[in-house]
Structures are given as C-alpha cells and as structure tokens.
Design a protein. Structure first.
Length: 339
C-alpha cells in the first residue's frame, strides 16, 4: 500500500470541504485590545436606579400608613382619615375593571387572530423565561400611538393601540412592533404590574419628581427587554414615537440620538424630570449606547457610534448642521422651492 508522505491535500474552505470555514477577516489579532461585551447588550438588566427609588417609595407608603393609624388612634384627627386605608380595595377594583374592559371591547391576539402579533407575544415571554404567556389585546386608539402592560389577580396582559399595531405590517416595520411588544412584556417580566408593587409605589407616584423618576427607571428597564428581544427594532421604535407611523422610516436615528448631547439647559433637564418616560433623545442615546444605563436626571455628555457588542469607543459629538443665514444663496433657493 502506498503511503502519502506529503501530508493531506489542503482543502479550500467552503468549497472542497464545507465543514472547513475560513476565519473572519476582521478577527482581532494578538496585538488587539480586547474589550468586554457591553453590559446592557446581553440579557436584560434592570436600570440601577430602579430598586433604590422603589425602596424609597415603599418606605414612604409604610410610614404614611403608620402615621395615619397612629393619629386616628390617639384622636388627633378625624376617623374619616381612615378612608385613605381603602386604597388597597380601590386599586383592586380599578385593576379588575380595566381588565374587564379589555376582555369585552378589545380584539384578543390568538393563533388565528393577528397571528404575527401573537407570535411576538409568545416568543417574548419564552425569551424572558416566563412560565406563562400574557394575554394580548388590540384596541382602537383613535390615532394615538401607545401600548401598555397591566394585570389583575394572577392574570397579566398587554394592550397595543391599533395605530401602533398597524406598524407591524410588512409595508412598514414589524421590527418596531416586536420591540414594543418585547418592551411591554418586559414590564410584566420585571414585576412592574404586580398588585403589591403598584400598591406600595402609589404614594411615591403622586410625589412630584420622585414618581416620575421611578417611572423613568422602569421604562429604561423595559427598553432593555425590548432591545434584548429585537435590537434592530429599536431605531424604528424611536422613529415611530417621535414622528408617527408614516414617517418612522425617514428618521435618522444617529442624528436623533446625537441631539441628546447637543440639546442642553435647565428647561431640557426640567422637561425630562417632569416626564414619566425618558425624553426621546435620551432614550435613543441609551438604546444606541449599551455600555451604560440610560440617563435619569442629567443628559448624556458623550455618546458612542455603534451599539450592541460594546466594541465601540467614545467619539466627540459632531457639531449640529449649520443653518444658512437669511439672505444667503441657500436660503433664497429654499424660498424659491417653497413658492
């Protein structure tokens, strides 16, 4: 028997032997600097400010109940103040009524009714390790772009307004809809719609600034879930919220996120502080930069180009586009086009 003394014939990767695959050309070399994956690019994380703010809310609620009971017991205030202790019952009734309205007025997602949306709901629940699939409903929003998650008893459900749900059509951006559904299911997975959580956070939600702060941390947490579900839908989702269902594809996401660095000042900070959701430019910046949590009180001072793996470096913020002065040639041409 002849013996091959020259060794095996080298195979061409992917041609002679499909099991042999050539290494990628951009594989880091031995002298490259290794950077760890971005903390917020992997499995969804809570915003680090969520739990501390929630603890403050729980302490405030317990203290308020204790003060009310003590004052009534010693006779310093009227017993009518005990009506404030009916909040647990009122919250229970409100949650039940809201759920009943969805059950009898909205269209429920199912394998035969809006099956694509139902698939997104099931896959999001499975991806988050949930033991159940929340109910999903589509309701007439009369032009409003909105969605929310809620619960009653042991039931959890997601409601998507019709104009937002329409974005999931192939002609627009099903990725944006999947991001939104992932965001809402994320609220459920993170426990934001729990009865006891809503009960003990109800007091802080009525406190100026503190309630909005807690709400913003929860929205950032839910965005982390949405990004984990469909990272390529984050851009379209921001475009949808900023410009509506018809113009979402025309929004330059990087330019929009860059403005989180450019738009500064007292009133910008105040507008965010009073909002239950992070202002959209800050939210876009957080979805693009997965190396750190979203800005809560003060806007981001730097940004990164690129998202996901975290193998990106900070870059200086480019200057905003120059605006032609009145009377200059570009301005005159623009007026000519308008008329």
């Amino acid at each position: 028997m002849d013996v091959d003394t020259h060794g095996p014939i080298p195979s061409v990767p992917g041609v002679d032997d499909p099991r042999v695959v050539a290494p990628p050309a951009d594989l880091p070399g031995p002298d490259s600097v290794w950077r760890p994956p971005a903390p917020f690019a992997g499995a969804p994380r809570r915003h680090p400010g969520e739990i501390p703010t929630l603890v403050i809310g729980v302490v405030l609620a317990v203290a308020a109940y204790a003060v009310i009971i003590t004052l009534v017991a010693v006779g310093l205030v009227s017993q009518w103040l005990l009506l404030a202790l009916a909040l647990p019952l009122l919250l229970f009734l409100g949650r039940g009524l809201n759920y009943a309205n969805m059950r009898v007025n909205a269209v429920q997602l199912s394998p035969t009714q809006f099956p694509e949306g139902y698939r997104m709901l099931v896959e999001a629940a499975a991806r988050y390790g949930m033991e159940f699939v929340p109910d999903g409903y589509v309701m007439n929003g009369n032009g409003t772009i909105n969605a929310f998650a809620a619960g009653h008893g042991f039931r959890r459900y997601v409601v998507v307004y019709s104009d937002l749900f329409e974005v999931g059509g192939r002609a627009r951006s099903p990725e944006a809809l999947e991001f939104v559904i992932g965001h809402e299911v994320g609220h459920i997975a993170a426990g934001h719609v729990s009865y006891w959580r809503q009960l003990f956070s109800s007091l802080i939600m009525s406190v100026p600034f503190l309630g909005a702060l807690l709400s913003r941390t929860q929205e950032y947490t839910a965005d982390n879930y949405g990004y984990y579900t469909r990272p390529d839908g984050a851009h379209s989702a921001i475009g949808l919220l900023a410009s509506g269902k018809y113009l979402l594809g025309a929004v330059d996401f990087d330019q929009f996120a860059d403005r989180a660095v450019h738009e500064k000042g007292f009133f910008v900070t105040l507008a965010n502080a009073l909002s239950s959701h992070p202002v959209l430019t800050w939210r876009a910046a957080a979805l693009r930069d997965r190396t750190r949590p979203g800005a809560l009180v003060f806007g981001p001072r730097r940004f990164v180009r690129g998202s996901g793996s975290g193998h990106v470096v900070p870059v200086p913020a480019p200057a905003p586009p120059a605006v032609a002065a009145p009377g200059t040639l570009p301005n005159q041409l623009e007026q000519t086009r308008q008329y």
